[in-house]
Design a protein around this ligand. Structure first.
Ligand code: G3P
Ligand code: MG
Length: 250
């Protein structure tokens, strides 16, 4: 079964326009007609998969420390929107469960990036798998991670789901060949690469090996750069803002 991804995927919902990894950010992306969103997922102390990018709660919530040290009922009390803009105060850290149910209702695809707290990679994957196996949801999903262990484990436990790897450094042909080998061995369908390392040669080589390529960036990729990336064979771009992309979202 193949998975068709759109040219644009909303990054952490749509992180430039609403507080990242919150329901508000996802609803904003949906309102803007984005068809797939990317979210970062890790677990709380009671092993509830939640949406949070950083290792710590500090930057994007009113809390402090690692989420693995807090029960979800404690994390739920935190404000996850005020840091972004006053009008978003009262936003909460959502669970993966509620996001999958929301996206099922709205028919939105979800890229679940497994972003475990260090040392909790196994528990992270197992908690997500447990949820996926027991939740009645119907939105399309695929998993990805910078953590190769998480990628391999989730593909083993959920062989019918698509898994892609994320690469934060792509600096040699040797590394490219190693990545291709890893994808083939584990049946990974995609490779997410930072825009810093993209070259036509890398994209062509991955494509020749039937590996889809997605691009992420620390700063929003503007439409001119996006057009260049699509023209050399990039499949999807993670976007923070849709200014310039309107024609692609009709
Ligand atoms: O999955 C693409 C992108 O989200 C990876 O980087 O740090 O934003 O999670 P980051
Ligand atoms: Mg991410």
């Amino acid at each position: 079964m193949s998975l068709s991804l759109p040219k644009i995927i909303g990054h952490r919902g749509i992180k430039g326009l609403a507080p990242e990894n919150t329901v508000n950010s996802i609803i904003k992306a949906i309102d803007l007609k984005i068809k797939w969103i990317e979210i970062d997922v890790k677990i709380s102390k009671d092993k509830i998969p939640i949406l949070l990018h950083d290792d710590l709660l500090d930057r994007t919530t009113s809390g402090t420390g690692k989420p693995i040290d807090w029960l979800y009922k404690e994390i739920l009390k935190l404000d996850a929107g005020n840091w972004f803009a006053k009008k978003y105060s009262g936003s909460q850290v959502p669970t993966l469960k509620e996001v999958l149910l929301l996206c099922s209702k709205k028919n939105i695809g979800v890229n679940i990036e497994l972003k475990p707290n260090k040392g909790f990679e196994k528990e992270n994957v197992e908690s997500v798998v447990n949820l996926i196996n027991n939740l009645n949801f119907n939105c399309p999903i695929y998993f990805s991670s910078f953590d190769i262990f998480s990628c391999i484990k989730i593909k083993k436990l959920l062989p019918n789901f698509h898994v892609g790897i994320l690469i934060d450094k792509f600096d040699s042909i040797t590394f490219l060949n190693k990545t291709i080998k890893e994808c083939k061995k584990n049946n990974f369908f995609s490779c997410g690469i930072s825009n810093v390392y993209i070259t036509k040669k890398i994209i062509e080589t991955l494509k020749k090996n039937q590996i889809i390529t997605n691009v992420y960036s620390a700063k929003n990729i503007n439409i001119n750069e996006a057009n260049k990336l699509w023209s050399i064979g990039i499949n999807s771009i993670f976007v923070d803002n849709i200014v310039g992309y309107e024609d692609q979202l009709i």
